[in-house]
Write a protein that binds this ligand. Structure first.
Ligand SMILES: C[S@@+](CC[C@H](N)C(=O)[O-])C[C@H]1O[C@@H](n2cnc3c(N)ncnc32)[C@H](O)[C@@H]1O
Ligand code: SF4
Length: 404
């Protein structure tokens, strides 16, 4: 979740939503995102809405955070009073959710369960920094009802981790996977980043080999994005570090896809690979398909039936709103049908299931024919446009052509 918030329409102070939006949401899977906006230290590349204890100062303390977040879950129940369906996915993200005691995460999850009910087989994920958990902590998470852990490994090279300001050793992520598996977690993800200044192709190969040696059932591999306003962007601007190079990023993507596929991890979204269909991140799939999600926490975004809103950014402002019995929403927008169509194109073309051609307008369909002729996509028997290996490398260019 980026740290800058757009302005939008005024959001009602009681959080209420149009009846039509809630009615539409009832026909789609429901997920909860719970943002935990705290980190032990800041990584220079990261633009997420998160604060160290020093940055936080007095307000919005970590100790009271779970209770404040639970208040927003209760508010969600009041606002969605007419929506009667259990939650399919819950995702704790950050920040560093695992900086809070496991019992705090358990309390937040219990609030979702008590207010809405969890569907049978619900997916409950938390992100975790490798150094922020131990075997006991992971056991507590499992006992609280978590089903999946996503570790931010990023790299197996010490010098790359150093440039990224990561606090863990290369080996710690692998130990954490072992601890999670031993605790009984069936689903474990490793997040990797490629293209860090100073990372060679061999460094990246080592990171992939190392990640695969831990046998996670899911890997996300993201090209390093140089976000405006970050320490990394400043270091690049000052000439201390080079800008990631597009050709190098493409080589590293190809290597990732080859090595992950060879070990039985198949891509299902451009940056995500899973061992089985069951191992896919259903919560992210819910975003990519434009389903219903409520984002709890400062800066969190929500989507219910074509209404999208985002919360105030600072943990103190967030706590103040909820303590006053008010919605923490900062602003919202009503998505018109054309905006929703464009978002479908942007997101669904990145999926291995592909984009239904019927979503494209006339110029988009003409572009699709050319994209297929150029070997960047194929058409399935059910008329879905699916990116080829080369198309995945040029996904952004394909999108620009499909939305002329
Ligand atoms: C924001 S972090 C939260 C989880 C946890 N704090 C961690 O760092 O592992 C979630 C993931 O976002 C990805 N990420 C954050 N900033 C990024 C950037 N500038 N470029 C690429 N990936 C990024 C990283 O892969 C990271 O694992
Ligand atoms: S630990 Fe994760 S959320 Fe925190 S600053 Fe680093 S990448 Fe961002």
């Amino acid at each position: 979740m980026p740290s800058t918030l757009p302005e939008g329409e005024v959001a009602p102070r009681d959080g209420s939503l149009p009846e039509t939006a809630v009615r539409e949401a009832a026909s789609r899977p429901l997920g909860f995102y719970l943002h935990v906006p705290f980190c032990a230290s800041r990584c220079g590349y990261c633009d997420f809405n998160t604060y160290t204890a020093k940055e936080l100062g007095g307000g919005g303390s970590q100790a009271s955070y779970a209770e404040t977040a639970v208040e927003e879950v209760r508010m969600a129940r009041r606002v969605l009073g007419r929506l009667d369906r259990p939650v399919e996915t819950v995702f704790f993200g950050g920040g560093t959710p695992t900086l809070l005691p496991a019992k705090d995460l358990g309390r937040m999850l219990a609030a979702v369960r008590n207010e809405f009910g969890l569907a049978a087989g619900a997916e409950v994920t938390t992100e975790a920094n490798p150094e922020s958990v131990d075997a006991r902590y992971l056991e507590e998470l499992l006992a609280a009802g978590f089903t999946r852990v996503s570790f931010g490994m990023q790299s197996a090279s010490s010098h790359v981790l150093k440039i990224l300001d990561r606090q863990h050793t290369p080996g710690r992520a692998l130990e954490a996977v072992k601890e999670a598996t031993a605790a009984g977690f069936e689903h474990v993800n490793l997040d990797l980043i490629y293209g860090t200044p100073g990372e060679s192709l061999e460094d990246w190969r080592t990171s992939l080999e190392s990640a695969l040696s831990a046998e996670p059932d899911h890997v996300s591999a993201y090209a390093l994005i140089v976000e405006d306003g970050t320490q990394l962007a400043r270091r690049i601007r000052r000439g201390e570090l080079p800008m990631p190079d597009d050709d190098d990023l493409a080589d590293k993507y190809v290597l990732a896809d080859e090595m992950l596929s060879a070990q039985g991890l198949t891509w299902y979204e451009v940056s995500n690979w899973a061992r089985t269909e069951d191992a896919r991140c259903r919560h992210n799939e819910l975003y990519w398909r434009g389903d219903t999600w409520w984002g709890i926490g400062p800066g969190a975004h929500s989507h219910v039936g074509g209404i999208r809103w985002w919360n105030v950014k600072h943990p103190s402002a967030y706590a103040e709103r909820l303590n006053a019995g008010e919605s923490p929403a900062h602003a919202r927008e009503t998505l018109d049908p054309e905006t929703r169509r464009i978002e479908r194109v942007l997101l669904e073309i990145r999926l291995s299931a592909g984009l239904p051609v019927e979503v494209l307008d006339e110029p988009g369909r003409t572009a699709a024919t050319e994209i297929i002729t150029n070997g960047l996509a194929t058409l399935t028997t059910n008329n879905h446009l699916v990116l080829t290996n080369r198309g995945r490398l040029l996904a952004d260019a394909v999108v620009r052509d499909l939305l002329p």
